[in-house]
Every structure is written in structure tokens, then in C-alpha cells.
Design a protein around this ligand. Structure first.
Ligand code: NI
Length: 161
């Protein structure tokens, strides 16, 4: 499973709902968790591995790996927090992003079991970052324009080197 990077058009498309919960979906989730671990990341969404489907996996330190299929963001806090983010599809770039402090999300796991999760902290942050991927949104889109330009310039420089 290869992780695609910034510039690939799939990262900018809206992912399609998963329609069939079967053994192939379970396998996809497992493979995505493996890719997440290999990349030493905390979250990975379908489009990042070339699957334009509404699925993402999250594994933060001290927690179990979690799979979210067809997620809906039900609620986010008015209160926001700033925290440094990176993305496996934008290697080498880290920047502080402002996001809601808490999130309530409804989704299905890879077995087709529905669940609702209300959380905060890093888990909330990663869920919101991965959900963005399903909408074709990247964390650099959430930076101020001068900050985003600085990041893109740095990336361009790194690419040429
Ligand atoms: Ni990402």
C-alpha cells in the first residue's frame, strides 16, 4: 500500500461512501493500519492510499487502532486549540493548525458495527484531520495564507534539493 503525496489529484477529491461491508473491507482496514504503522503516523485516510472511499484509521499512543467507516462529524466545540500537525502525504512539513478542541463523531467500524465517539485532545485532532482528507481538504489549507505560502515554498525547495 503506497501513500500518495501532495500534488496527486486523488488527495483533492471527495471520497465516496463505503457501500459493502465485507472481508475485503476488513482486509483494507488491516492493510491501512499496517501502512500507518510503517509510516509512523497517527492517522491515514483512504484517499491517501489511492482509495477514494470514506474510511480512515487512527492510532495514537496509548490507544488501540481505530477504524472509521462513513464517518459523520455530529458536533465540534466552539472552543478551539492550536496544535502542531503533520501528514503522511506531506512529508517533512509540520505546522500549527487551529481546530475545535472536542469532536463527536458517528461511524461504523470495519465489521459494520456502528459507534459514536465523543473525544478531545490528540484523538479529536487526528479524527478531524483524517475527516478532512475524505473531503479533499489538507491541513495546509487550514493555515493562514502567508503561513501556507511559507510551507509550500519550503516544500518546493526540499523537492528541488
Ligand atoms: Ni493527513
Amino acid at each position: 500500500m503506497n501513500i500518495i503525496t501532495l500534488g496527486h489529484e486523488l488527495l483533492r477529491l471527495k471520497a465516496e461512501p463505503v457501500k459493502i461491508f465485507d472481508a475485503a473491507l476488513v482486509k483494507t482496514a488491516e492493510t491501512m493500519i499496517d501502512a500507518l504503522h510503517d509510516g509512523k503516523g497517527v492517522g491515514l485516510a483512504g484517499p491517501q492510499v489511492g482509495l477514494l472511499q470514506r474510511i480512515f484509521v487512527v492510532h495514537i499512543e496509548g490507544d488501540v487502532p481505530r477504524v472509521f467507516v462513513n464517518p459523520s462529524i455530529i458536533e465540534t466545540s466552539q472552543e478551539t486549540v492550536k496544535y502542531e500537525e503533520g501528514c503522511l502525504s506531506i512529508p517533512g512539513v509540520w505546522a500549527e493548525v487551529i481546530r475545535p478542541r472536542t469532536v463527536k463523531v458517528q461511524a461504523w467500524n470495519e465489521q459494520g458495527r456502528p459507534f459514536t465517539l465523543e473525544t478531545e485532545g490528540i484523538l479529536a485532532r487526528v479524527i478531524l484531520h483524517e475527516y478532512d482528507h475524505l473531503e479533499g481538504v489538507l491541513f495546509i489549507d487550514r493555515l493562514s495564507e502567508p503561513k501556507r505560502n511559507r510551507v509550500l515554498a519550503k516544500l518546493e525547495k526540499a523537492r528541488r534539493a
